[in-house]
Write a protein that binds this ligand. Structure first.
Ligand SMILES: NCc1[nH]cc(CCC(=O)O)c1CC(=O)O
Length: 314
């Protein structure tokens, strides 16, 4: 018998980080179960993105949007893969022509977590303690509440960060709880931050699937993975971010809640130094998620005024 390489049932594109691979494997397992095929028939194609290659500086300095998604989108356009698996919060608010987000899996925990080897809670960090984060949003939120802390640049995956904490590069760090849960690292969490005080990035905790809009076969295969409530919340948060022309790397936070067909979206803008903050909320029918998010963005821009917006943009 000769070995034959059969065409894969579907090809998923993903970054190669441990978190990205965990997300891709989750999508692979769900699709395999849903369609009654072997997991191996769903190929995982690892794609290195600019965000992975640039390790020596904060991504907010690199500028440009979609640093973690661009090369995956090119692979989609070139037909090398059928679907891209992304962290929702890494996806630019405007997609390249011809591409579409067709499904969001049920959202993980939206909250941020504090990790420290020496302090039992963020509030226990003494004046001058060093908090490691390269996220503009987290840095601004911390500066707002705890201007006495020293923010130090901090990148890398969970293991690297824990190593840096052991080496004393910082006394604590902040990470998305969703990622820690997906990597079975929840036990490393010192404190879960209150999302009322530290609202997350738009679309945090949601895995999104992107396809070529004309690819009806893939659409049919992946659309059933969509979790309706997650998509409503994420659409509102992305519309809010789009109106502000923001990315994952601007100090913008959002939190939405759904109940009885009503959607409430709360939004927050901060200046990078954390000194100024503008917040607001909109409630309306869940079916109008995009319009609600957009209206909230417009409301906060008006509330903030041009001077704030200039400093907010960095
Ligand atoms: N840009 C990095 C990134 N993109 C998505 C997540 C977390 C996982 C998620 O939001 O689903 C992270 C790491 C972090 O913020 O701790």
């Amino acid at each position: 018998m000769t070995l034959q390489s059969r065409a894969p049932f579907l090809r998923l594109g993903t970054r190669g980080s441990p978190l990205a691979l965990a997300q891709a494997h989750e999508v692979q397992a769900r699709l395999a179960a849903l369609h009654g095929v072997d997991a191996e028939a769903i190929e995982i194609v690892v794609i290195s993105t600019s965000g992975d290659r640039i390790q020596d500086r904060p991504l907010s300095e690199v500028g440009g949007k979609g640093l973690f998604t661009k090369e995956i989108e090119i692979a989609l356009e070139e037909g090398v893969i059928d679907a891209g698996v992304h962290s929702g919060k890494d996806v630019a608010t405007r997609l390249p022509e011809g591409l579409e987000l067709v499904a969001f899996l049920e959202r993980e925990d939206i909250r941020d977590a504090f990790l420290s080897l020496t302090h039992g809670a963020l509030a226990d960090m003494p004046e001058g303690a060093r908090l490691g984060t390269s996220s503009l949003r987290r840095a601004a939120q911390i500066r707002h509440r705890r201007p006495d802390l020293d923010i130090v640049g901090f990148r890398g995956n969970v293991q690297t960060r824990l190593q840096k904490l052991r080496e004393g590069v910082a006394d604590g760090t902040l990470l998305a709880l969703a990622g820690l849960n997906r990597l079975d690292q929840r036990s490393q969490v010192t404190e879960i931050l209150d999302p009322e005080l530290f609202p997350p990035a738009p679309a945090q905790g949601a895995i999104g699937l992107e396809i070529r809009a004309e690819d009806t076969r893939t659409r049919g295969l992946v659309a059933p993975l969509d979790h309706a409530e997650t998509t409503i919340a994420v659409r509102a948060e992305r519309a809010f971010l789009r109106e502000l022309d923001g990315s994952c790397r601007t100090p913008i936070a959002a939190r939405s809640t759904l109940g009885n067909g009503q959607l409430t979206i709360f939004g927050q803008l901060l200046t990078p130094d954390g000194r100024e903050i503008v917040e607001g909320e909109k409630t309306g029918p869940a079916g109008e998620a995009d319009a609600l998010g957009q209206a909230l963005g417009a409301m906060l821009i008006a509330r903030a005024g041009p001077d704030f917006i200039k400093r907010f943009a960095g």
